[in-house]
Design a protein around this ligand. Sequence first.
Ligand SMILES: [Zn+2]
Length: 275
Amino acid sequence: VQVGIDIGAQTIKIGVKDKNGGYKIKTGIKTEPDFIKTAHNLKREIEKSFGRASLLIIGCFGPLDLTKKKIIKAPNLPGWAGVSFSDWEKILGCPIILENDANLAIFGETKVGAGKGYKIVAGFTLGSGVGYGCVIDGKIYHGNWDVEAGHMVLDPDGPVCGCGQKGCLEAYVSAGAIKRQFGKEPIYMKDERVWDFVAKKIAQGVQIITVSVKPDVFVLCGGIAQHKGLLKRVKTHYLNMLKIYPKEAAETKIMTGKYIEQAGVIGAIELPMSS
Ligand SMILES: [Zn+2]
């Protein structure tokens, strides 16, 4: 069986396609600080839930070296910096396709979610980090190295990001960044002025991607994207910023993802079926 896996800094989701074309997904598997221990736990969970795996498609936080199947940096999980998923292939006994987690989330949304039917789909995953993905004609756009637009610099004198740069989009709008700047976890944040600030930063990100990629749709995934009223604020700020196009061209469809938190694992499940 082909298993899709979405690795977060805290928890892991695994899933397979079921007989009816839906998905069987198991969530809440703990991401251990130890990379090898996590592989042994996953092997047990996969065999218990789905049987023996023949192929694993893994979405992981970046930056990644996709050719060497390595994690380059892991600011939120220091024990994972520099590790290679080739070691997991030995433990789990099957080949692994490694992808950037945000790429898979936007791919999932393109295949079966909010971006279905569109030629160029771009999007952010807004959670403990900020990921970016872009799917063109059904294929993930990779660049010549892992694309990491969550680390576009919005202000070179801005707050320090986990990646070492200053003023990254992630340094303003990730869950941790919101807490650092305003003192509360996003789920407890009731101050709409804070959400307006977050929306404006996200809109800045969408504007930059729009003028450089010009996607048909822009999808917002992840826990932060679920905040009620955020999408409307993002659209308003975006339209205030973008003046270069005539009205009909400026109105890139910005929408919330259909699968929000599960888009990544669904993208992983769908990936081998479309290549
Ligand atoms: Zn950064």
